[in-house]
Design a protein around this ligand. Structure first.
Ligand code: SAM
Length: 310
């Protein structure tokens, strides 16, 4: 048997039935059952196979995990919050030829050191640091209810180069609900443009790699899914702390239909000058401002120590 192919395993449908894994709505459990779809996601994610760590968030019964392993990934660590999936994931671990490990925990709270240690334990002769891997791939059919907080947390870790983001090359291929995915990738002047677009694009190149209709999930959610890939920019546009940029866009998008001149005048008429200093046309609405200009504005506000309204 090939070292990088999984042996024949029971179907995900059968596992769900045998272990009585009824989906829990509070954990946003909407499972993918079609291996063609999970294989396609992994194919489009473009995994580097040599010396890389794949971190999957929320493997559930494990179909996406199977596709990652079938692709030939040698080091896969999955973080799952729901202990009911441990038996099925342990089965996959046994079948993986030492290529897969599970960490039970909440991805929002987990110590990334635990993920890295689990990954390193799969490798023989590996250093004891994340730098031992040339690439880190973060993948997941994310729980929709916490997908945005997870992404925001990862963007903060990426700017600080902490946790699994200490690696020089990190690629994220993540399933969001379509509306959130469209926001993340929306360029300036797109109708979907919002806070998340600016914050994500200040440090990452973000683009859609795949659309997944709601009918592909079990149980079927009310919304479609969209897989977005985020790759850190070689030269980030962000020049302030990410927190300051978040604050600037939160404030600016609070009245998204109004012109920036009006938004800034309502705050304090003297602050309209900040827009001019950053060469931002004050007659624009927030969604029409480029990510670069928002980053310049955040930099200026931070440098001057100006307090934005809460
Ligand atoms: N990957 C599986 C698939 O594609 O069929 C399941 C995806 S399902 C949308 C989301 C998964 O994330 C569930 O298994 C759920 O238990 C898990 N989950 C929910 N919240 C989580 C969290 N905070 N940390 C880790 N896993 C979480």
């Amino acid at each position: 048997m090939s070292m990088t192919k999984l042996p024949k395993l029971p179907s995900i449908r059968d596992l769900i039935r045998i272990y009585n894994l009824r989906a829990k709505q509070q954990l946003s459990q909407n499972f993918l059952m079609d291996k063609n779809i999970t294989d396609k996601i992994v194919h489009l994610a473009g995994l580097e196979l040599e010396n890389s760590l794949c971190v999957e968030v929320g493997p559930g019964p494990g179909l996406l995990t199977r596709s990652i392993l079938d692709k030939g990934a040698k080091n896969v660590v999955a973080v799952e919050k729901d202990p009911r999936f441990v038996p099925t994931l342990e089965q996959l671990q046994d079948a993986s030829n030492g290529r897969f490990g599970v960490v039970l925990g909440d991805m929002l709270e987990i110590d990334h050191g635990e993920i890295v240690r689990r990954g390193l334990s799969l490798e023989s002769n590996a250093d004891k640091h994340i730098e031992a891997f040339d690439h880190v791939h973060l993948l997941g059919n994310l729980p929709f209810s916490v997908a945005t907080p997870l992404l925001i947390q990862w963007l903060h870790l990426l700017t600080a180069r902490q946790g699994i983001f200490t690696s020089p090359n990190v690629t994220m291929s993540l399933m969001f609900q379509k509306e959130v995915g469209l926001r993340i990738v929306a360029p300036a002047s797109n109708t979907e443009r919002g806070r998340l677009s600016v914050v994500a694009q200040s440090i990452c190149d973000a683009f859609k790699i795949y659309g997944v209709p709601s009918s592909s999930f079990v149980p079927r959610p009310k919304v479609d899914g969209m897989v977005v890939q985020l790759r850190p920019l070689a030269k980030p546009l962000l020049k302030s702390s990410l927190g300051t940029l978040e604050h600037v866009v939160r404030f600016s998008f609070m009245k998204r239909r109004k012109m920036l001149a009006r938004i800034f005048k309502d705050w304090d008429p003297k602050h309209i000058a900040l827009l001019e200093e950053c060469e931002i046309d004050p007659t624009l609405r927030p969604q029409d401002v480029t990510t670069e200009k928002f980053c310049n504005l955040a930099q200026l506000i931070e440098q001057r120590g100006i307090q934005l309204p809460q």
